[in-house]
Design a protein around this ligand. Structure first.
Ligand SMILES: Cc1cc2nc3c(=O)[nH]c(=O)nc-3n(C[C@H](O)[C@H](O)[C@H](O)COP(=O)(O)O)c2cc1C
Length: 315
């Protein structure tokens, strides 16, 4: 069985990938998306989003990373896919699931699921641009406003020559609201000869087992669950004990301290707070801390609050 870390824009960056791949036996990690509009992007754009490219495309603990692209113009997607591969990405992925209004307005992301022929043309251009020994993959939702085109889109990806297909089992309109409609993935998995990766609403080991039972897929992709329980992939793959709140707090502290000692970018507090929004589900203790953290603006302040929480736990 393969467990893949889902791309999560605004949350799963290189530092998070480093931390999560150190404590989990992930098979693959997918980056936040690189937005492709109408030009071949400079190398620095790829390296900023995926610094692992300087390490043969692997995290420091050796887990392969795949760059994800989001765009609507086939030729341009092809050129940028090739660049990602040449820089060392382990395959390249196309995003057809992003629900963001700004992205959809410029005809990228989930809005493309209304036009299976466009999905096909984009993946095909990427496939033709990238040497065949490298994976070209796609990630789709079940549709935009409804799910009527889910199979057409899946077939479009397959016929374009994709290596595999990840499916987030909801439409754009479903947003992130439970349930995930895994049974649609089952239908695609039965129909397509390429591997299908099941994604959506896997929060613990039992969910993973049920998802695999329902879909028959050998590979699953985990997103919010992977940050709400930091060692989720390990619990799924090896039966490891889920992290206690004290362990998770320690991990968050090391994440924020490493950021503080490293790049010191001002977007980090927002990322740390975003992480907290998913922790509540697993740890009731996270809720109080999250409310406390909301007023703090800098990483320094956040580190101080987390250190105090850790001291309280030890008392
Ligand atoms: C904050 C956030 C950011 C996301 N960013 C991306 C992205 O950049 N690319 C993508 O394909 N999906 C993105 N997704 C969707 C996830 O990869 C995943 O499909 C979705 O969260 C469902 O899986 P889950 O129930 O395990 O979270 C994002 C989801 C969230 C919550």
């Amino acid at each position: 069985m393969r467990v893949i870390l889902a791309p999560m824009e605004g949350v799963v960056d290189a530092l998070m990938r480093d931390i999560l791949s150190t404590i989990n036996p992930y098979d693959l990690l997918v980056t936040e998306f690189v937005r492709v509009v109408d030009q071949l992007l400079p190398e620095k754009v790829f390296l900023k989003l995926c610094p692992e490219l300087l390490n043969n495309g692997n995290t420091p603990s050796g887990t392969p990373v795949r760059v994800q692209l989001l765009g609507q113009e086939p030729q341009c997607m092809g050129e940028n896919a090739l660049r990602a591969i040449e820089l060392g990405s382990h395959g390249v992925d196309a995003n057809f699931g992003c629900p963001a209004k700004i992205v959809n307005r410029s005809k990228g992301g989930a809005v493309l699921l209304q036009y299976p022929e466009s999905v096909h043309d984009i993946v095909k251009a990427m496939r033709q641009a990238v040497p065949k020994e490298h994976a070209v993959t796609a990630k789709i939702r079940l549709g935009y406003e409804d799910k009527s085109l889910f199979m057409e889109n899946a077939i479009a990806v397959y016929e374009a020559g994709a290596t595999e297909l990840a499916i987030h089992a909801r439409s754009k309109v479903d947003g992130y609201k439970p349930p995930a409609y895994w049974e649609y993935i089952t239908e695609v998995r039965k129909r397509l000869p390429i591997p299908v990766i099941a994604n959506g609403e896997i929060w613990n080991r039992d969910d993973a087992k049920r998802c695999i039972d329902v879909t028959g897929c050998d590979s699953i992709m985990i997103g919010r669950g992977a940050i709400s329980l930091p060692n989720l992939a390990d619990t799924i793959k090896t039966g490891a004990t889920p992290y206690t709140w004290a362990q998770t707090l320690g991990l968050m502290l090391s994440y924020t301290q490493r950021e503080l000692n490293g790049r010191k970018s001002d977007y980090y507090p927002a990322r740390i707070k975003q992480w907290f929004t998913y922790l509540n589900r697993q740890y009731p203790e996270a809720d109080t801390l999250f409310r406390e953290l909301r007023v703090f603006k800098t990483t320094e302040e956040i580190v101080a609050v987390l250190e105090a929480a850790q001291r309280n736990l030890a008392d």
